[in-house]
Design a protein around this ligand. Sequence first.
Ligand code: PMP
Length: 491
Amino acid sequence: VPLGLCGMRRLATATQSSVPSGSLLYPMTNLSSLRGSQPLRIVAGKGAKVYDDTGKEYLEAMAGLWCTALGWGHEELVDAATRQMRNLSYYHCFAGRQVPIAEELADKLISLAPDTLQGGKVFFGMSGSDANDTQVRLLWHYNTVRGLPQKRKIIGRVHGYHGVTVASGSITGLPHVHAQMGLPLDFVRHVSCPSFYRYGRDGESEAEFVRRLAAELEELILAEGPDQVAAFFAEPLQGAGGVILPHLAAQWTPAIFAGFETLQRPSGYFPAMREVCDRYDVMVVGDEVITGFGRTGKMWGCTAFQQTVDLLSCAKQLTSGYVPLSAAILPRFMYDAIEASTERRGGVFGHGYTYTGHPVSCAVALKLLEIYEREQLLERVAQLAPQFQRRLSGLGEHPLVGDARGIGLIGAIELVKEKETKQPFDASRAMAAKVVQFALERGLIVRVLPNDVVSICPPLIVSSAEVDEIFDRLEGALSDALAVMPRLLAD
Ligand code: PMP
């Protein structure tokens, strides 16, 4: 997978030998690509723009790593963090210690949570990965206390992304997260992903495709044994795996842009998967780490895609990336069973991090949720989404683009060698990486995802003019790539 070229600025004079990159081990980077090149050095940010160490300005159309909803340099968030640090920089919640601001945030999150989680509980962590690990531990704990200790298997999806810890990284369905590390661990299985564009068969309707995926899930559960399978993990839309939506998004018509609601054309995928899970007492974990807090135009992606969840993980936009924070939300009935078991056994609930409920993170999140409401961010996304999606679908006309897909303020283009047959480029061409590099030269930050996908996910505070600018620059980058393509393909 040609990941990692994103953000790397080739130095014209550098050699391929070794220009050491200092002591930092770069995450999710093709480390050998660092030889003879120098990472893009971002040193400042304001609004939807960031600046490198030479002063060059970039439109940051990936919200960092899908997280900076309110953009950079938001004074109110800075103040909220500073005030909290002065007042109480740290305390913990172990052994029932109460950190009032963590309680306040948990209450707030439950008030915003989908219906199935009303009355539920919130467990705080620091990252999306640890939130999903927490979900696995909660599921195992719950199944044990209800007399089903063997019900431990987790089903993820190909192209799914749930993190990189050994548990969440196993549930992730991307080869580069597993390779050379002996993952996935043996309690994890994967089913197909709902990319109709890539995996729909000739002559198959979308409804038939959905039925096939639901049947695949059912066959897997039956093969493993329903008494062995604890949960099905699914992002409402698969983000890092390629911005894969559980519905067809290829053929927008002008009428579709008349209203935001009509942008959502659910295929029945999640209801069909849910029905299977319900039949075999398999819980559904909604991973809202990217989609949570308005990215799709709804507070939760699960609402946008008719996904009914039993547990929900969120992070990223929860603090707009200002400080680390994640939340694993569980339903009341699970909590009650776990709580009752600690009484029976006289034991503790043996899970918790030093930074669970960190007061500074909670203070930032509370302020952020206040700003979301005050500035009606959901309405703002709904207003901008038609323009964003119209421009995105316009890129679908470009000769290099096989599919342009998205919802709300998130989208992606999938590059292909031949539009009709959807034939991909040879991976060694690193086509998407080249488009991303051309975009960078034009002052635009977008991202390479597996299978020659380029993703776009700007801060939610992006302006209408900036949306146009993002797509103008991306269109320019595609044309740059097209212009050099004969040479690239001859290389
Ligand atoms: N789940 C999803 C859906 C994600 O997109 C990510 C990160 N991109 C994670 C989990 C992992 O989050 P983190 O990197 O904070 O561990």
